[in-house]
Design a protein around this ligand. Structure first.
Ligand code: TYC
Length: 87
């Protein structure tokens, strides 16, 4: 019998010129559960390459995390954007 494997989605963060680096590190820590060192590495990789993977989740969790990122960024007036991509 086949076992269902729910599809997983990468949550992506995109670089921009205005969101402070510290804010992105905080988002990676607080929304995506990264430690300070991993959060800093991911932030710098996004800053240098334009985009990066914050985490991989089932669809509902990924959607919630994208919404959380946008709510936190909008609240502070930062243009930080997140997206999703099927793994
Ligand atoms: N490029 C931003 C800066 O120089 C930092 C940044 C990193 C913004 C990652 C968004 O997803 C991002 N302040």
């Amino acid at each position: 019998m086949k076992v269902a494997r729910p599809p997983r989605f990468k949550v992506l963060l995109y670089n921009d010129d205005y969101t402070p680096m510290e804010f992105v590190v905080g988002v990676l820590e607080n929304v995506f559960g990264k430690g300070p060192s991993a959060a800093t590495q991911i932030m710098l990789q996004i800053h240098r390459s334009g985009m990066g993977v914050a985490g991989v989740y089932v669809v509902q969790v990924a959607e919630t995390k994208v919404a959380n990122v946008h709510a936190m960024a909008d609240d502070r007036g930062f243009p930080l954007r997140a997206g999703m991509e099927k793994e």
